[in-house]
Design a binder for this molecule. Structure first.
Ligand code: CP3
Length: 360
C-alpha cells in the first residue's frame, strides 16, 4: 500500500493498473481473472476500531453521516488499517429516508428508531421524494473519498425497500416483522405505494453515489430472509428490481445481499444483481448452483468465527476460498457485518491470509 502526501491510500503503485475499474474487487464482481481473491468486510468501519470510537465521541450517528470530512476519515480507517480491497462509504441505510423528512434517530445498541411509524396511505404520502440537493453531503463525501482512494474502489450502498419498510412500519428493529407483514398482506396497495416511494428514494441515494465516483454499489436487503420465496417474489422483488434496473446504465457492479436468504438466492439474483451476497449458512459452491453461472458471489465467513482460535479461523477462511473456486467470481467477505466486539487485529490477519492463500 502506498501513501502520498495527499493522504492517498491507493493499494497499488503500478502505473499500468487502470484505476479502480481494473481493481481485483471490480474484476471479481465482473467474473474476470484476478491476481488474488479480493476481500472487504461489511461494517468494516465502526465500533471494532478504537480510532472510530475516538472520532465518533460526542457526535450522533446521523449527524456524523452528514459531515463529509468525518465520513472521509471514518471510511478510510479500515482501508489503512486492514489493507482491504475496497472501501465502503460510511453512512447508513436510513440516511436518505431521513433526508426525505422522516423523523428518525439511530439509537446506539438498538438501531434506527422512527418517531411516527407508517401505518396507512396518508403516512406514505408524507414521505416526500428526494433529489440531489437533499444529498449534497453524500456527493461531497464520495468525491473526497474517490480522490483519496486512488486505485482502491469505493462501494456505495443503500437499503432495499423491504428492509427500509420494516424499520418504517415497525418503528424500529424487529424480530418477526409482524406489523410489516400485516401491512403487506392486509393492505397490499399501501404496501406497494410505500415500497414504490422507498425504491425512488433508494435509487436517488445510489445515483448520487455513482455519479460522484463510487465503483460499485451494494443493495442491502438485510431482513429479506424473513420472507418465503413466493412472498418475496410478489411483494419485494419488483421494487428491488426497479432500484437495480435504475443503475443498469451506470456501468458499475451491483451487489445484492440479505441474511437468512438460502431459499431466496436465485430470486435475489434475478432482481438484477451482478453479485449475490451469501450469509454463512449456505456454502458458496451450493449457493452458486442456486444463483446461476452468470453472477459472482460474495461472502461468507460467520462473523462469530472471528472469536475462535486462529487455527479455526484459518481453516474456515481456507474452506471458503476453496468453495469460492467453483463460483464464476468470488469476493471474500463475512456472512454479515463485523460485530463491535471483534478484535481488529484478527480482521487484518484474515485479509493477509485471503491474499496469500488465493494468490495466483
Ligand atoms: O459497512 C460499513 O462499514 C459502512 C457503513 C454502514 C453502516 N450501516 C454504519 C453504521 C452500512 C453499510 C450500514 C448499513 C445498515 N444500517 C444496514 C444494512 C447492513 C446490515 O447490517 O444488515 C442496516 C440494517 C442498518 C441499520 C442500522 N444502523 C443498525 C442495525 C445499526 C446498529 C445499531 C447498534 O448500535 O448496534 C445502525 C447503526 C450503525 N450504522 C453503526 C454504524 C457504524 C453503529 C453506530 C455507532 O457507532 O454508534
Amino acid at each position: 500500500m502506498t501513501t502520498t502526501t495527499a493522504g492517498n491510500v491507493s493499494r497499488s503503485g503500478d502505473p499500468a493498473q487502470a484505476g479502480p475499474a481494473d481493481s481485483p474487487f471490480v474484476r471479481a464482481c465482473r467474473r474476470l481473472p484476478v491476481p488474488h481473491t479480493p476481500v472487504w468486510f461489511m461494517r468494516q468501519a465502526g465500533r471494532s476500531l478504537p480510532e472510530y470510537r475516538d472520532l465518533r465521541a460526542g457526535v450522533a450517528m446521523l449527524e456524523s453521516c452528514r459531515r463529509p470530512e468525518l465520513v472521509r476519515e471514518i471510511t478510510l480507517q479500515p482501508v489503512r488499517r486492514h489493507g482491504v480491497d475496497a472501501a465502503i462509504l460510511f453512512s447508513d441505510i436510513v440516511v436518505p429516508v431521513a433526508a426525505a423528512g422522516v423523523d428518525l434517530e439511530i439509537v446506539p445498541g438498538t438501531g434506527p428508531v422512527v418517531a411516527e411509524p407508517v401505518r396507512d396511505a396518508a403516512d406514505v404520502s408524507r414521505i416526500r421524494p428526494i433529489g440531489p440537493d437533499d444529498l449534497s453531503f453524500v456527493d461531497e463525501a464520495v468525491r473526497l473519498l474517490v480522490a483519496d482512494l486512488g486505485d482502491t474502489p469505493l462501494i456505495g450502498f443503500a437499503g432495499a425497500p423491504f428492509t427500509l419498510a420494516s424499520y418504517l412500519v415497525e418503528g424500529g428493529p424487529s424480530r418477526n416483522h409482524v406489523k410489516t407483514k400485516a401491512l403487506m398482506y392486509g393492505a397490499p396497495e399501501v404496501w406497494h405505494a410505500l415500497c414504490d416511494r422507498l425504491a425512488e428514494i433508494t435509487g436517488e441515494f445510489l445515483r448520487v453515489q455513482v455519479d460522484a465516483g463510487a465503483s460499485a454499489v451494494q443493495l442491502f436487503d438485510s431482513w429479506a430472509g424473513a420472507l418465503s420465496e413466493a412472498d418475496y417474489r410478489r411483494f419485494v422483488l419488483p421494487h428491488s428490481a426497479r432500484v437495480l434496473a435504475g443503475l443498469a446504465d451506470a456501468g458499475v457492479p451491483r451487489i445484492h445481499f440479505g441474511v437468512g436468504t438460502a431459499e431466496l438466492l436465485g430470486a435475489m439474483g434475478e432482481a438484477g444483481a451482478d453479485v449475490v451476497g451469501v450469509d454463512w449458512r449456505t456454502p458458496l459452491d451450493a449457493a452458486t448452483v442456486r444463483i446461476g453461472p452468470d453472477k459472482a458471489v460474495q461472502g461468507n465467513l460467520d462473523p462469530c468465527v472471528l472469536f475462535a482460535p486462529w487455527s479455526v479461523i484459518e481453516t474456515e477462511v481456507r474452506r471458503i476460498l476453496a468453495e469460492g473456486e467453483s463460483t464464476p467470481g468470488h469476493v471474500f467477505n463475512l456472512g454479515h457485518g463485523v460485530l463491535p466486539e471483534t478484535d481488529p487485529d484478527v480482521l487484518t490477519r484474515v485479509v493477509a491470509l485471503v491474499h496469500e492463500a488465493s494468490a495466483r
